[in-house]
Design a protein around this ligand. Structure first.
Ligand code: PXG
Length: 285
């Protein structure tokens, strides 16, 4: 069965779901998006994703032409229409059709797109053995240029980081901020375990406020761990006992090597494993 894609209140067959080449989402990356998971027929932390979407839209002065309640309803309708119990949702709001100039005021109708699809998961071996990542030379966007807190359709900063990582044979790459501090990976947040404390860069390190990051912080505190959002350097990563990444698609994925240095004992650590188990229980219960 072909997928049904939502555009502005209507469901289209995948082949018929089309957006104008004059849409500023395409011409300028002018728009915002969310990537969410569906577990057992329920959208994971939908309200939080919508809150982040509205904040991203507000930051680029884009008015979403629906209320959060209406958009939540339409997300659920699209998921149901496609009969997806476990999968991935891409929610996109573009500035809409305009002229060939930059002027966003000439774009009258923002376009809302909802794609509910099956998810291509990372290979199981990544979770069993852990990932190797590298620090790339592309720094994360300067917060005063384009805040990493905005989940905008302009992802070139991350894509350039990803290309550099792939060049080094890695599927994810660590990006530093303009001050040389650890920020995040190209599509995932980063955590370290050091002396039984969980460490992760604070939002003002210039990162996306990951929904999975937030869930993992909550789970870790429930588990009795001390969680600290602190500025981190590559040195902290190299001497950490454990390292893992979080994201809606990846969930929790262990990291065992960074810049050719072995992290901990080179195997996914016990605290990472415990948090993976807790996250699994949270999402699949
Ligand atoms: N940082 C960045 C820069 C991201 O893009 C995360 C962290 C994790 O956030 P959540 O809310 O998902 O826990 C993301 C996730 C991909 C991909 O293919 C990843 C994201 C978006 C689109 C694609 O890896 N965002």
């Amino acid at each position: 069965m072909s997928l049904k894609i939502y555009i502005n209140g209507h469901l289209f067959e995948k082949e018929e779901a089309k957006i104008s080449v004059y849409d500023h989402g395409l011409l300028y990356g002018d728009g915002v998006f969310e990537g969410m998971r569906i577990y057992n027929g329920k959208v994971f932390r939908l309200e939080q994703h919508l809150e982040r979407l509205w904040n991203s839209a507000k930051a680029i002065r884009l008015e979403v032409p629906l209320s959060p309640e209406e958009l939540a309803r339409d997300v659920v309708t699209t998921v149901r229409a496609n009969g997806i119990d476990n999968g991935y949702i891409r929610l996109v709001v573009t500035r809409g059709v305009g002229t060939l100039g930059l002027d966003p005021n000439k774009c009258a109708n923002p376009q809302i797109i909802i794609i509910a699809d099956h998810i291509e998961l990372y290979p199981q071996s990544f979770y069993d053995k852990g990932l190797e990542i590298v620090t790339v030379s592309t720094i994360r966007n300067h917060p005063a240029a384009l805040s990493p807190r905005i989940k905008s359709l302009n992802y070139l900063n991350n894509i350039l980081g990803k290309i550099e990582g792939q060049q080094a044979g890695c599927v994810e790459a660590l990006m530093l901020n303009h001050q040389g501090q650890v920020a995040e990976c190209t599509g995932d947040n980063i955590f370290l375990v050091s002396k039984r404390q969980l460490l992760t860069p604070p939002i003002d390190a210039g990162i996306l406020e990951g929904i999975t990051r937030e869930a993992v912080i909550e789970l870790a505190r429930e588990a009795g761990l001390v969680v600290r959002e602190v500025s981190l350097t590559k040195h902290d990563v190299y001497i950490a006992d454990e390292c893992f990444l979080t994201g809606s698609a990846a969930e929790i994925v262990p990291v065992v090597k960074v810049d050719s240095r072995i992290i901990g004992d080179g195997k996914p650590g016990p605290i990472t494993r415990d948090l993976e188990k807790r996250f699994h229980e949270l999402t699949r219960r």
